[in-house]
Design a protein around this ligand. Structure first.
Ligand code: NAD
Length: 242
């Protein structure tokens, strides 16, 4: 897979899967522009951090315009910024709580994808990889707003793939399972929770951020040029169980 001198935008770049995507791309000598609401600890000649909320559309447009002006091409985007739900039944959620999760997870991916799409159309190539979740199709109680946000990510992936297919731009998503990241470490650090979760996974272990980053890199690479509009599960086999 050739990544050297290619330019990638990664949201959610300061932690978990987004950070791991940045690190793997940097190992392969790509230029990486990370976007995150938080600062970054990545120090690398080819890494540039842009601290912003993905919902701040003007700032996102400005960031993409600056990357375009500096490099003249944007080869891929990874939408990994996201938040978890409020862990309560939907009938106890406030509309504000509902909207926040839908906004960050679904609208945020829309805003950044919309910002890069004109460039990818003009250059007639590009890759967009969204991070969905097993919870977009396999449900659990107390997750309505999170499941809805990830359902939106999965279905907009396919719809966006159709919009961009004539321009040689592929749009896919990854559905991770139980991954040990900043979002989940507090609960997976409880031995009982970890053991119960691992018992649900055919591979018998939690996923690590790099397990997802390697799948994302496949979808960013030219090895997946004939793959678009699809969701790739990366969950140690969780979704194939009855
Ligand atoms: N951890 C899991 O088990 C799991 C499973 C399936 C899907 N996911 C999804 O994977 C994605 C990455 O999550 P993670 O587990 O790596 O979590 P994480 O908390 O480690 O990383 C998420 C990053 O997104 C950033 N972020 C949050 N809101 C933002 C905003 N409004 N604007 C910009 N940046 C923002 C955070 O600052 C953080 O750096 C999320 O979309 C999450 O829903 C996680």
């Amino acid at each position: 897979m050739k990544f050297k001198d290619k330019v990638f935008i990664v949201t959610g770049a300061s932690s978990g899967m987004g950070k791991s995507c940045c690190e793997l791309l940097l190992e392969k000598k790509a230029v990486v522009v990370g976007i995150d609401i938080n600062d970054s600890t990545i120090e690398h000649d080819l890494y540039f951090h842009y601290q912003s909320d993905v919902l701040a559309e003007e700032q996102i447009q400005k960031c993409i315009a600056e990357v375009d002006a500096k490099y003249g091409h944007i080869d891929g985007l990874v939408n990994a910024a996201g938040i978890f739900g409020n862990n309560k039944p939907f009938y106890e959620l406030s509309t504000e709580e509902w909207n926040k999760v839908i906004s960050v997870n679904a609208t945020g991916s829309f805003i950044v994808s919309k910002a890069v799409a004109p460039k990818m159309i003009a250059q007639n190539h590009g890759k967009i990889v969204n991070i969905s979740c097993i919870r977009s199709t396999i449900y659990k109680n107390n997750m309505a707003e999170y499941a809805a946000s990830k359902g939106a990510v999965s279905s907009m992936t396919s719809a966006m793939a159709l919009d961009l297919a004539p321009y040689n731009v592929q749009v896919n998503c990854v559905a991770p399972g139980f991954i040990y990241t900043g979002m989940t470490s507090a609960s997976f650090d409880i031995p009982d929770v970890r053991a119960k979760s691992e018992a649900l996974i055919p591979n018998g272990r939690l996923g690590m951020p790099k397990d997802i980053a390697s799948v994302v890199l496949f979808l960013l690479s030219d090895m997946s040029d004939y793959v678009t509009g699809t969701m790739l599960f990366a969950d140690g086999g969780y979704h194939i169980q009855k």
